[in-house]
Ligand binder design. Structure first.
Ligand SMILES: Cc1cc2nc3c(=O)[nH]c(=O)nc-3n(C[C@H](O)[C@H](O)[C@H](O)COP(=O)(O)O)c2cc1C
Length: 383
C-alpha cells in the first residue's frame, strides 16, 4: 500500500527567521537548496563519530521488538546500523553475565548502538560504562519515551521538559565513557506544543552539541502527542538547518516518524536535508523495506514485493534465531507479536493473523507456515 506523503509545508527558511537561530532567511534558503541538490544526486553516508553508515537508513530502537533476531534479519536486508530496544539504566547494571546475551549484542552485530533510559546522571554513567565494556559501538540516551509510568518517574520524555537535568545526564555520560564511543540523543519535537517546549528543545540541543553529542534522532511528535497526528518533518528539517546555520554540519540529524514505504523514505531524505532515517513501525514484520529503500536510493528498480515463499524463508529464519536465543516457549510468545505484523503482507492477512496468535510451540509456527506460506496461492477458505 502506498502511503500518501503529506506535502511539506513551506520550508522554515522561507520568509521567516528560525526564532532560535537568528540568521538571515536567504542564508537558510541557499543552504537548503545546496543540500537538496547534493541529496538528490548522491547518497551521503550517515556519520556518527567514527561510524560510517553508507546507506543512511538505520533500525530504530523498538521496545519489545528490536532484539537480536530482529536486528540480524534487518542486517540481512542491508541495514547497516541497528539499535537495541531501550534499557533502563539500573537494569543494564544489574544484568548478570549469564543473561547478558539476551540483552546485549552478539559479536556479529557491529556496528550497533545501545539506548539507555533513566533519570539520574550517576546511574546513567554506570549503565553507559557497562554498555561500552560490553562492546557497544554507540550510546544513545532516550529523552523521548512517552509512556505515563516512565514520565512519572522523570525518565524518557519527561527530560524534554527539564533541560538542566537532561544536560547534566549528557555531560556526565560524555565525560565518563571513552571518547571513541559516539554519544547520541533520541528526542521528541518537544514535551508539548507550547512555545516554552520549543525553547527547551533548542536549549537541550545547543547544550548537548556543546557537550560533544554527535547526533540526534528526532521523532517529530511531541511527548504529549504520543503517536497521534503526523510526525512534523518541517520541524525535523528546521533542526538540520539550525545546526548548519550554527556551523555544525558534523552533528547528524536522523529523522523519525511515519516512515512506512520506500517512496516516503526517499522523499523525506531528499526534502528534509536530514543525514539519516530511523525506521520503526514500518519495518516490524517488513524487513524487505530496507532493500526497497536501498534500491530506490541507488536509482535501481524497486524490487517486487516478497513472494509467499520468500516470506516463509524469512519467517522461518526469524523464528529459528528466536528459539536459539530464548528457547522454544519464550520464542513462541515473542514471535506471535512479529507474526501478526509479518502477515500484513499476506493476501489473507486476517486469517493468517488468527493462526499466528495461537502459536505456542515450534510445531505450531511451522504449521502456520505450512498452511499459509507454501503455495503461491493461499488455500481457499471460503467454503
Ligand atoms: C512498539 C514501539 C516501540 C518503541 N520503542 C522505542 C524505544 O525503545 N526507544 C526509542 O527511542 N523509541 C522507541 N519507539 C519509537 C520509534 O523509534 C519511532 O521514533 C516512532 O515509532 C516513530 O517512527 P514511526 O512512525 O516510523 O514508527 C518505539 C515505537 C514503537 C511503535
Amino acid at each position: 500500500m502506498l502511503q500518501q506523503v503529506p506535502e511539506l509545508r513551506k520550508p522554515p527558511w522561507h520568509g521567516s527567521k528560525v526564532s532560535t537561530g537568528g540568521s538571515a532567511p536567504i542564508h537558510f534558503w541557499l543552504i537548503g537548496v545546496i543540500l537538496m541538490i547534493m541529496q538528490k544526486t548522491d547518497i551521503l553516508p550517515l556519520r556518527l563519530g567514527a561510524i560510517e553508515i553508507r546507506v543512511p537508513i538505520i533500525q530504530a530502537a523498538l521496545s519489545g521488538y528490536s532484539d537480536a533476531p530482529m536486528r540480524k534479519i534487518a542486517r540481512k536486508f542491508g541495514c547497516e546500523f541497528v539499535l537495541c530496544e531501550v534499557m533502563l539504566d539500573q537494569f543494564v547494571v544489574a544484568v548478570s553475565k549469564r543473561k547478558s546475551r539476551l540483552y546485549f549484542a552478539d559479536s556479529d552485530e557491529h556496528p550497533i548502538g545501545a539506548q539507555i533510559m533513566g533519570s539520574e546522571p550517576t546511574q546513567f554513567v554506570r549503565a553507559a560504562q557497562r554498555l561500552a565494556d560490553e562492546g557497544f559501538d554507540l550510546i544513545d540516551l532516550n529523552f523521548a519515551c512517552p509512556v505515563k509510568k516512565v514520565l512519572g518517574r522523570q525518565r524518557g520524555g519527561y527530560l524534554m521538559s527539564d533541560p538542566k537535568s537532561a544536560l547534566d545526564i549528557v555531560a556526565a555520560v560524555r565525560k565518563n565513557i571513552p571518547s571513541t564511543i559516539p554519544l547520541t540523543l533520541k528526542l521528541r519535537k518537544g514535551f508539548d506544543d507550547l512555545p516554552e517546549s520549543r525553547t527547551r528543545f533548542f536549549e537541550i540541543l545547543d547544550g548537548a552539541v556543546d557537550l560533544g553529542v554527535c547526533g540526534v534522532t528526532i521523532h517529530g511528535r511531541t511527548v504529549r502527542q504520543r503517536y497521534e497526528g503526523l510526525s512534523d518533518w518541517n520541524f525535523i528539517c528546521e533542526v538540520k538547518q539550525y545546526l548548519l546555520a550554527k556551523n555544525r554540519p558534523d552533528v547528524a540529524v536522523i529523522g523519525s516518524g511515519d516512515l512506512f514505504t520506500a517512496e516516503v523514505c526517499t522523499q523525506r531524505l531528499a526534502e528534509s536535508g536530514v543525514n539519516g532515517l530511523a525506521l520503526a513501525r514500518g519495518i516490524i514484520g517488513n524487513p524487505w523495506l530496507f532493500r526497497e529503500i536501498s534500491a530506490v536510493l541507488c536509482q535501481e528498480p524497486k524490487p517486487e514485493p516478497p513472494s509467499l515463499v520468500e516470506q516463509r524463508e524469512v519467517l522461518a529464519e526469524h523464528f529459528r534465531l528466536s528459539v536459539e536465543l530464548y528457547g522454544e516457549s519464550r520464542a513462541a510468545t515473542t514471535m506471535r507479536a512479529f507474526g501478526v505484523k509479518y502477515c500484513l503482507l499476506h493476501p489473507s492477512s486476517d486469517q493468517v493473523r488468527q493462526d499466528f496468535v495461537k502459536v505456542k510451540t515450534v510445531a505450531d509456527w511451522n504449521n502456520v507456515l505450512e498452511k499459509w506460506y507454501t503455495f503461491c496461492n493461499p488455500p481457499d477458505t471460503t467454503e
